[in-house]
Design a protein around this ligand. Structure first.
Ligand code: DC
Length: 220
């Protein structure tokens, strides 16, 4: 039994879970795990070593050997800053392929458990409440309509100075949702006992308030 508290926040791409999770972590003074970044880091490391996405044992080896450290906003892969590089579209697409492979997923389990440190952890991803931290103190499943998520992603891209097409974003989100929810291993679904939170029509601040309101620290 691990007594260090964990809050899991799972949900589909662009549901706002990353922002909500990091703000909840900041408010509580907890550590924060962006588990999607680990799949993205595996994808980046694989691309850089010329690894084929069909080489399952090779990808599992890369995942198991990731030399990564998170320092605030910075993400270092073998000592090199890659926080922006892992957000590239192509890296996201490769990450979502790698995420369907049991070998790569298993290789990342210990790394994820290592983020559970006092005084607590907020973990965001797809299988945080179902597979990685099934004993979490609070499990949240964030949803939002595909239109609301596409709208957020569109504004985010434009805000960063990229050009963007609403049609292309909608199609991409639908394809990713299908891959995340229909895969055989650790598919995206609400954990048993998870609180469902639809953020289509509420702000990030309201979502953070909701999650904090659900969290009841165990006092000994
Ligand atoms: O949340 P994200 O877009 O950074 O995640 C990148 C990919 O990794 C995405 O396709 C889903 C996958 N993923 C996963 O399978 N399990 C997790 N816990 C986190 C992400």
């Amino acid at each position: 039994m691990n007594s260090i508290p964990v809050i899991t926040i799972d949900g589909p791409t662009a549901s706002g879970k990353g922002t909500v999770a990091s703000r909840v972590a900041q408010t509580l003074g907890f550590a924060f795990l962006d588990s999607g970044a680990l799949y993205r880091l595996t994808a980046l490391a694989a691309a850089e070593s010329g690894m084929d996405l069909g080489d399952e044992p090779g990808l599992a080896r890369i995942a198991a050997g990731l030399d990564v450290s998170f320092e605030g906003e910075r993400i270092l892969l073998s000592g090199r800053e890659v926080a922006d590089a892992i957000r590239a579209e192509a890296v996201g697409v490769a990450a979502s392929r790698i995420a369907t492979l049991q070998g790569a997923r298993s290789a990342l389990v210990d790394l994820q458990h290592g983020f559970r440190r006092a005084p607590g952890l907020v973990a965001d991803g797809r299988d945080m409440g179902t597979v990685i931290f099934p004993d979490a103190d609070l499990k949240v499943f964030l949803t939002a309509s595909v239109e609301a998520r596409a709208d957020r992603r569109y504004k985010q891209l434009i805000g960063r100075g990229f050009s963007a097409s609403m049609q292309a974003i909608l199609q991409d989100l639908r394809e990713r949702d299908a891959r995340d929810t229909e895969r055989a291993v650790a598919p995206l679904k609400p954990a048993e006992g998870a609180h469902l939170l639809d953020t289509s029509n509420i702000s990030i601040e309201q979502a953070v308030e909701k999650v904090l309101g659900w969290y009841q620290p165990v006092t000994q």
